[in-house]
Design a protein around this ligand. Structure first.
Ligand code: SAH
Ligand code: SF4
Ligand code: F3S
Length: 464
């Protein structure tokens, strides 16, 4: 028996337990899955939902449920603090519903200090597991219901990739697909390699097969996920480049849009630029994290490119694919960062003209090399630098957005507008959002939209 078959066995067993509990309750058991992290974390949540539904839970949005699972993130400290804050609220629900189960998983759980703290101060938690054994969720559920007290199962690492388990997609028409797991880059500020383990690529055949079945199920847009997709395939038995994988994905009938995340600038090949340029389906959007514009700081960050190399790369991409939108991530306040370093970053923002940038204040992550650096920047200075950078980022993004006003572009309709239900919200190939008149029958369809008015970071438009 392979691992997936073993887990399907546990799904059957969990089903019996849950149906017994539902009989006692006099109605189906409810569950709530909360995602705290990135797209990969969100994709993992879809796997958790898939298992929970397969064993008989009814999934709801409300955390006052019979089972709540937090899929945590630890990339910055504020993600951790949110989890601790909300656990208090869950405890309140559990006091009123003693049968309630509280589960924690995801990146934060890979940190021993976190487990220590939860053991000590959050004794009401029922199940804790990490990022490496999420495929065992059905087995862990059975274990949790069959035992008393807190069940903890954390693995340090794994080379296992378990295929073919149930997944419940959040959107019927679009989906993320893991193409690789883990990260080998060890940027000096980043905890991801420690909590996600070493880089492992899925076999191209498995990826293609999964995308084909998604297409057959009505998915038109896919996002290929990995911490550094540009190094995809290098360690496979039969090595293959990311660009080559994209070419194969492009052939799949029914898939109309292809996105991917994230690209590390050091590994972005000319081959990839050409594949993007010649593709009908790959979206006109590239997320290319800069982190810092100062070559000195980049070196300390272990990013393995210089300011000049990054600028040359961005320029080449804009030259080859003029209608592409480039977005980025920037960290302010890395140890030793001076006002002059921040000016270098601002200089890159102005030169690249980012269509959008996510700016973060540096957060010290225990166990990373940067956490041990002595020259940490004080909070006030970080805030000042951050505000100055943010103003420039917003100006450039606004200027970029204005450029498309008056054009007609295809939008994939994602949902009814949150504030006005006579409008729908669509996403352009370049990842920008447009709101226009329409109803729910448009959801999942790609339609041409005239971009009437730019509202800064989104458009108001008219379907053509
Ligand atoms: N693999 C992706 C990034 C994943 S984390 C990449 O390399 O691009 C997403 C973003 O969080 C990073 O790009 C970085 O900007 C930010 N980040 C990571 N660690 C951080 C830290 N310790 N403090 C602040 N921001 C951080
Ligand atoms: Fe973190 Fe760097 Fe890996 Fe991205 S590439 S996940 S920033 S170590
Ligand atoms: Fe967070 Fe883990 Fe993603 S730390 S950013 S959820 S890989």
């Amino acid at each position: 028996m392979n691992e997936a078959q073993i887990q399907y066995g546990y799904i059957e067993k969990a089903k019996q337990i849950i149906s017994e509990k539902a009989r006692e309750k006099g109605g189906s058991l409810t569950c709530c899955v909360q995602t705290f992290g990135c797209q990969m974390n969100a994709r993992d949540s879809e796997k958790l939902s898939g298992i929970l539904r397969a064993v008989g839970f009814e999934e709801i949005e409300d955390e006052d449920a019979d089972l709540v699972i937090y899929n945590t993130c630890t990339v910055r400290d504020n993600a951790n603090q949110r989890v601790y804050g909300r656990l208090g609220v869950l405890n309140g629900f559990k006091r009123r519903n003693p049968h309630m189960k509280i589960c924690l998983c995801g990146c934060m759980m890979q940190e021993p200090s976190v487990i220590e703290k939860i053991r000590k101060s959050y004794g009401f938690v029922d199940l804790i597991f990490g990022t490496h054994n999420i495929f065992k969720f059905a087995e862990l559920l059975v274990g949790m219901y069959e035992s008393e007290g807190m069940l903890i199962d954390i693995w340090k690492d794994t080379d296992q990739i378990v295929e073919q388990l149930p997944v419940q997609r959040k959107y019927p028409f679009k989906s993320g697909i893991n193409i690789m797991f883990g990260c080998n880059n060890f940027c000096s500020y980043c905890i991801v390699p420690y909590v996600r383990g070493r880089e492992r690529s899925r076999k191209p055949e498995e990826i293609i097969e999964e995308i084909k079945s998604l297409a057959a199920d009505g998915v038109v847009e896919i996002m290929l996920l990995g911490q550094n997709v540009n190094s995809y395939g290098k360690n496979l038995e039969n090595p293959i480049s990311f660009a080559e994988l994209l070419k194969q994905v492009e052939q799949i009938e029914g898939i109309e849009r292809i996105r991917f995340m994230t690209s590390h600038p050091k590994d972005l090949s000319d081959e990839l630029i050409q594949v993007m340029k010649n593709s009908e389906k790959i979206c006109r959007h590239l997320h290319l994290p800069l982190q810092s514009g100062s070559t000195k700081i980049l070196k300390e960050m272990n990013r393995r490119y210089t300011k000049e190399q990054y600028l040359a790369l961005a320029e080449k991409i804009r030259r080859e694919i003029p209608d592409i939108s480039i977005t980025t991530d920037i960290i302010v306040g890395f140890p030793g960062e001076t006002y002059e370093d921040v000016q270098e970053t601002i200089d890159v923002v102005k030169k690249v003209h980012y269509d959008n940038a996510f700016t973060f204040q540096y957060s010290k992550r225990t166990g990373t090399p940067a956490a041990a650096m002595e020259n940490q920047v004080c909070k006030e200075e970080v805030t000042r630098h951050f505000d100055e950078l943010l103003a420039v980022v917003q100006d450039t993004a606004r200027e970029q957005a204005k450029k498309l006003q008056g054009q007609t572009l295809d939008a994939l309709v994602e949902e009814i507008n949150e504030h006005d239900d006579s409008l729908v919200t669509g996403r352009l190939s370049n990842n920008m959002i447009v709101h226009f008149k329409g109803g729910k029958e448009l959801i999942g369809k790609i339609v041409p939209v005239y971009l009437r008015e730019c509202k800064g970071f989104y458009y108001l438009g008219d379907m053509q």
